[in-house]
Design a protein around this ligand. Structure first.
Ligand SMILES: N[C@@H](CCC(=O)N[C@@H](CS)C(=O)NCC(=O)O)C(=O)O
Length: 205
């Protein structure tokens, strides 16, 4: 049986998995859900695929369902050049992946979803939420900019799943209203990631 990815094409979290699978040369079947129509909230999805009602979920060869994008890319990268062997470097990779989930994705991905993915009416309340998300998103971009000023990649001088996790929503941050012109190190890193072998764009299913 091939791997199955339960997915939604515009999702940066899904894209992390698609990008790594492409770079590992692993073929997979993609199952698309329309999250705007609640397709990840059906009793069947909640009961069998992810009780948390969200994609991405990787269905493994032996029938396990793995949710959480960063857990999935960790699972796939273990034992490959995309995850270091050194203990401290492994921990640094996790450090950046937790940063992505706590300080980056909830702000940059949500601003992008509001402006680009969902067809939302911009009420005053939503505008205030968006502005707060953008402020916190810029804070996260500032942390990344400082770190990348004298580095090519996030950990150990080479491309790892920390870069994949952070790239997913950073490279489409403009769709959430972010302007990266004051973040030259982040922009150079985005170009570096996009030139990796077997790179695929977020729009490719
Ligand atoms: N922490 C999760 C977040 C997953 C997530 O937020 N998925 C969104 C799409 S990007 C989703 O499935 N939303 C559907 C819903 O909440 O109903 C991850 O990294 O995989």
């Amino acid at each position: 049986m091939t791997l199955r990815l339960h997915d939604y094409l515009p999702s940066g979290n899904g894209y992390k998995v698609r990008l790594l699978l492409s770079q590992l040369g692993i073929s997979f079947e993609r199952i698309e859900y329309d999250i705007q129509r609640g397709e990840t909230r059906t009793p069947e999805f909640l009961g069998k695929i992810n009780a948390n009602g969200r994609i991405p979920v990787l269905e493994t060869d032996d029938g396990e369902f793995l949710p959480e994008s960063n857990a999935i890319i960790f699972y796939l990268a273990e034992g490959t050049p995309f995850f270091p062997e050194d203990r401290l470097e492994r921990t640094r990779v996790l450090q950046w992946m937790f940063f992505e989930q706590y300080s980056h994705e909830p702000n940059i991905a949500v601003a992008r979803a509001m402006l680009h993915v969902f067809d939302l009416e911009m009420t005053e309340k939503r505008q205030a939420v968006l502005e707060q998300k953008q402020k916190l998103g810029y804070d996260a971009l500032g942390v990344m900019e400082n770190h990348l000023e004298d580095r090519e990649y996030f950990v150990g001088g080479r491309y790892t799943i920390a870069d994949i996790a952070l790239y997913a929503y950073t490279h489409v941050a403009d769709e959430g209203g972010f302007d990266l012109s004051d973040y030259p190190a982040v922009r150079a890193w985005i170009a570096r990631v996009a030139s990796q072998p077997d790179y695929v764009p977020i729009t490719q299913g």
